[in-house]
Design a binder for this molecule. Sequence first.
Ligand SMILES: [Fe+2]
Ligand SMILES: [Fe+2]
Length: 189
Amino acid sequence: MDITQLILDDHHEQRRLFAILEQIESADTGALTDVWSRLAAFLEVHAAAEEAIFYPELVRLAIGPRPLASAEPETIDAIYDHNEIRDSVTAVSAHAVGSPDWREAVAAANLANSDHMAEEEREGLTDFRRRVTLAERHRLAVAFAAFEARHVTGVRPVDKDPQQYVRQIEEAALSDQAPGSLRIGGLRA
Ligand SMILES: [Fe+2]
Ligand SMILES: [Fe+2]
């Protein structure tokens, strides 16, 4: 397995669910509610899994013997985007299911998510494949799959401060590298 492939697979499923919503009649509010609930939970869990498993490892590539300069700005961008996606998902619930305003709010969530996925696929995932061994990507894929399985019904959406998120990971990574320290992996919990 490869964590970058699992993330791509999730992106495909998100695109599929948005496309399904577009093909359900507005009067069929039951089906719209069911499919949107599934998609909303999936978007939250996917972002949370990336923030718990993938992005900490991308940030770690920014420090160390061969620093990857793009890792830090890419992560800051991604966390900012995840906040935008979470907010756009929350905004959908303000409207009556199937109404024109609801459709517009779903379309806004689709746009925020599509823009983010394209950037993530082009930047973070590509950098990660170039720098991280397949054995490590497999180990992370197992953790990613387990995280999503544990939270299959959803997670509480919590926005994060992008700068603070990166700083915390860098501080933990630097203390791991300090002489005599043991890497306990607290950020992977
Ligand atoms: Fe993401
Ligand atoms: Fe993603």
